[in-house]
Write a protein that binds this ligand. Structure first.
Ligand code: NDP
Length: 444
């Protein structure tokens, strides 16, 4: 059996009940097979793949907090410090009831290659908790965040591990966590990114993942002689990534006709009203059902369904495995030309394969949503030099990073004879730098 297949089998056997982690490992190792098999004996001797798929450190802890009724609640906290070959661990904190160690490991593993692709010096990590901020009072969210950080602060620091937001962790949660870190450690340092502007945050960080997604989508289209102008776009999600993806798509002249949350979805044939969406999700933290109050002609549907709507471009921006094979078949039938992932691994393996086989340009999340972490790294730079850059400066660096990222994954795919396969291109280009750093640093 080849070394790559042996390691895939080992990962499945040693980490049962972690299907998302298996999926992420399988996808990356399949893509880098060409590099591994060219020098298989050396890599096997060095246990390179074993070191790649086993996190450097996994931290799991109890998070007790008191709810508004005076009852003690206990959640589980996680931080997976996956790979620091090219820089301090960097990756978000997810707060969602579905969080478990397998989800955090899949996200941390993906983060290694995504961070490498940005061209910036950041390693891969991820964390979070099964706490659900939805329906909690501000005081309860603060109590949870303070308890979470009381333990987490022992393992992070501006030069060791710099967490950020993710699903369920927005500006409010980052603020509470930062306050607690500073209080315990006595350090005002860039230990978290996604901070508020008044205490070290970066302009354009809020917009970065969504805007970055559109910069790379635009680069992809232009490389194929197309533009965003006049395109119809379907988006899933209604959170941070989705909102700013919709905003930038509209600025580039496209019409976005859908968005969704965990209970239902909107079809607005006139184009999504971003101001109304921001008010519902960022200010009121309400359900999408409210959208019809602002736009009576729009349709609200329970459940899932955005991929059934005819569009040129699809941007999944909600969560993992939300675009299935039947959705991919419908997109192809409807003439969709590009799918770029705003979320992490939102397209299932079968759906990805179907899209690629049917000529749809497909950019995976680790490349397409890297604008968020890239801008987080720019926030770290600003914190280190104790300066704040203008919105235009950060945004223009983000645009450059996404354009060069597209060029890199396109080039890597071509170099290995897989032109147009951006999944392989992203995995190979991300892996090459990590491999070089791991080789240089010896067996650690
Ligand atoms: P948010 O919490 O701001 O928004 C997530 C959106 O997806 C919400 O509309 C939410 O619905 C919906 N959603 C979440 N879980 C599910 C589910 N299980 N089923 C259906 N819908 C769901 O998160 P972000 O926008 O920050 O993150 C979205 C994705 O992008 C994630 O995969 C994240 O890892 C990834 N990402 C985020 C980055 C960032 O900078 N924020 C950077 C790179 C990747 P509801 O409103 O009902 O909760």
């Amino acid at each position: 059996m080849s070394y790559v297949d042996e390691i895939i089998e080992q990962v499945i056997a040693k980490n049962p009940d972690e299907p998302e982690f298996h999926q992420a490992v399988r996808e990356v190792l399949d893509s880098i097979r060409v590099i591994i098999e060219a020098n298989e004996e050396k890599f096997r001797r060095d246990a390179l793949l074993e070191r790649l798929v086993n996190p450097e450190r996994q931290i799991k802890f109890r998070v007790p907090w008191v709810d508004d009724q005076g009852n003690v609640q206990v959640n589980t906290g996680y931080r997976v410090q996956f790979n620091s070959a090219i820089g301090p661990y960097k990756g978000g904190l997810r707060l969602h009831p579905s969080v478990n160690i397998g989800i955090i490991k899949f996200l941390g593993f993906e983060q290694i290659f995504k961070n490498s692709l940005t061209g910036l010096p950041i390693g891969g990590g991820k964390g979070g908790s099964d706490f659900d901020p939805k329906g909690k009072s501000d005081r309860e969210v603060m109590a949870f965040c303070q308890s979470f950080m009381t333990e987490l602060c022992k393992y992070i620091g501006a030069d060791t591990d710099v967490p950020a937001g993710d699903i369920g962790t927005g500006a409010r949660e980052i603020g509470y966590m930062y306050g607690q870190y500073k209080r315990i450690r006595g350090l005002f340092e860039g230990v978290l990114t996604g901070k508020g502007l008044s205490y070290g945050g970066s302009l354009a960080r809020t917009e970065a993942t969504g805007y970055g997604l559109l910069y790379i989508t635009d680069a992809l289209l232009r490389a194929h002689g197309e533009t965003m102008q006049g395109k119809t776009v379907v988006v899933s999600g209604a959170g941070n990534v989705a909102i700013y993806a919709i905003e930038k798509a509209q600025q580039l002249g496209a019409k976005v006709v859908t968005c969704s949350d965990s209970t239902g979805w909107i079809y607005d044939p006139q184009g999504i009203d971003v101001a109304a969406l921001k008010e519902i999700k960022e200010v009121k933290r309400a359900r999408l059902t409210e959208y019809k109050n602002d736009r009576p002609d729009a349709e609200y549907h329970e459940g899932r369904g955005v991929w059934q709507i005819k569009a040129d471009i699809a941007l999944p921006c909600a969560t993992q495995n939300e675009l299935h094979l039947d959705d991919a078949q419908q997109l192809v039938k409807n003439g969709c030309i590009a799918v770029c992932e705003g979320a992490n691994m939102p397209t299932t393996e079968e759906a990805t394969k179907y899209l690629q086989e049917n000529g749809v340009w497909f950019i995976p999340g680790k490349a397409a949503n890297a604008g968020g972490v890239a801008t987080s790294a720019l926030e770290m730079s600003q914190n280190s030099e104790r300066l704040s850059w203008s919105f235009e400066e950060v945004d223009s660096q983000l645009k450059k990073i996404m354009e060069s990222l597209y060029a890199n994954i396109d080039d890597a795919a071509k170099r290995f004879g897989m032109e147009g396969n951006y999944v392989a291109g992203a995995n190979i280009a991300g892996f090459e730098k990590v491999l070089d750093a791991m080789n240089a640093q010896g067996i650690v």
